[in-house]
Design a protein around this ligand. Structure first.
Ligand code: G6P
Length: 369
């Protein structure tokens, strides 16, 4: 087992550190940033139908559902197609309205999650086009899909998903770029820029991983917290949800993710001197708003841990602790901001002595409903 872990203490850590490579593998042969080309052979045949879809419905569970939420923001922004994101377990039981030609995107690491699988089977019968974004080649969901793109992250052993998530974000961004470019809903300049930004992700993720010890120090400082709040806005809102989920799964600390503005409608009541509040506060079009949300937490004496863009002195002055991330376009930034949150959950779980690769009560793939 030590050999399988490639010298790492746990599969989870190995898989976190594999991400520069897995994201690169996911992009390889598909994105040519220089020429501005996105080639996804598995969806070519349906590209026209996806482009002309009246709406896109994304179905997933768990971490994959969070990838779907990020994709909602990206697809609506770049492709101008309405997107809904649904928990597969809810969608399948509520007699959903599906029109012929609706595009359903099923996101799944394992390709075997029962709720996601049955939800797409039902939708397929009603005339939807199914696009599978799956990691495990030949899995049930990939076989049931009309079209698809594999995430190519390699086998994921850690029960809590890490590298599969960043690969999902990478593929979904490529899908959005391709549709937007074909459709003409994005300017050539922005499209070319985003292709380059996506191509630069593996090296930026590497830079973050080189600072893993900084996250370890934060883990030491906050490991005894009984609760934590994760806040973000826009593209980083789902990353706040994912950060909170990771902490819950791995360290058994109660954590909630929220859109930063929505905290005023509840979570702010929990803020005390001992509550760590993790902000995903990279410089993007929501940044000013996030800064004022951080100030609101500080005014109530909460502890602010902020993931910020390097050189952001404004956020640094407010936060109790910061972790600096390389600059990136807001569309691709979530892939980078995820990394320190995975590490934070990992190091806290390890510090508390838990079995981070196999958290209690959780299964790698939920094949029964
Ligand atoms: C389980 C796993 C999660 C995963 C979820 C969805 O809960 O523990 O890590 O996100 O299932 O799985 P899927 O294979 O469909 O992505």
């Amino acid at each position: 087992a030590a050999i399988e872990k490639g010298g790492y203490d746990h599969f989870m850590l190995k898989e976190i550190f594999e991400q520069p490579q897995t994201i690169y593998d996911c992009l390889r042969g598909r994105l040519d940033a220089g020429k501005g080309k996105v080639i996804l052979s598995g969806i070519d045949q349906y590209a026209q139908q996806i482009m002309n879809a009246q709406r896109i419905i994304i179905l997933a569970c768990g971490t994959s559902w969070h990838a779907g939420l990020v994709a909602e923001y990206i697809i609506e922004e770049l492709c101008r197609i309405p997107v809904e994101v649904e928990y597969a377990s809810e969608f399948r039981y509520r007699n959903p309205i599906i029109h012929k030609g609706d595009v359903i995107v099923a996101i799944s690491q394992s390709g075997e999650t029962a709720d996601t699988l049955v939800a797409i089977e039902n939708a397929k019968e009603q005339g939807a086009i199914i696009l599978g974004i799956v990691n495990v080649v030949g899995s049930s969901i990939s076989r049931k899909s009309h079209a698809g793109a594999y995430t190519h992250a390699g086998p994921e052993i850690g029960v809590a998903s890490t590298k599969a998530f960043t690969a999902q974000l990478t593929v979904l961004t490529m899908v959005a770029l391709k549709i937007a470019h074909d459709k003409g809903s994005v300017s050539t300049e922005r499209y070319m820029h985003l292709c380059q930004e996506l191509a630069a992700i593996p090296e930026k993720v590497e830079l973050v991983l080189e600072k893993a010890d900084e996250v370890k120090a934060l883990a030491e400082k906050y490991k005894d917290a009984s609760d934590a709040l994760y806040l973000g806005r826009g593209y980083n809102f789902p990353i706040a949800l994912e950060g909170a989920l990771k902490l819950k799964e791995i360290s058994y600390i109660h954590a909630e993710g929220y859109p930063a503005a929505e905290m005023k409608h509840g979570p702010i009541a929990l803020v005390t001197e001992t509550l760590p509040v993790v902000f995903v506060a990279t410089k993007d079009s929501y940044h000013e708003k996030v800064v004022s949300n951080m100030q609101e937490i500080k005014a109530r004496k909460g502890k602010v841990i902020a993931l910020i863009t390097e050189g952001d002195t404004v956020s640094a002055a407010i936060a109790d602790d910061i972790f600096e991330l390389p600059q990136a376009d807001e569309i691709v930034a979530p892939i980078i901001s995820t990394i320190p949150l995975q590490l934070l959950a990992y190091y806290i779980g390890v510090a508390k002595g838990y079995d981070v690769d196999k958290p209690r009560n959780l299964a790698k793939s939920v094949t029964v409903e």
